[in-house]
Design a protein around this ligand. Structure first.
Ligand SMILES: [Zn+2]
Ligand SMILES: [Zn+2]
Length: 67
């Protein structure tokens, strides 16, 4: 259950990521995940903070009353 899907810049898409063998002693809390597609390593914490927000679309009123 350590897999999770994240966006991979290298693969330019969402890929399943898995926890790589941790060499830093993080244990089960290791924030690192490796892309199963290209092997790129990412930090989940970084992803969490930098997750792109899709709510930036402006709600400009498209219907204007011409009267
Ligand atoms: Zn680690
Ligand atoms: Zn990848």
């Amino acid at each position: 259950m350590s897999d999770r899907e994240l966006y991979c810049d290298t693969c330019e898409g969402v890929q399943p990521f898995e926890a790589p063998p941790c060499v830093d002693g993080h244990g089960v809390d290791c924030p690192e995940r490796a892309c199963t597609g290209c092997g790129a390593a990412v930090l989940i914490a970084t992803f969490t903070f930098r997750a792109p927000r899709l709510d930036s679309r402006r709600r400009v009123s498209t219907y204007r009353r011409a009267a």
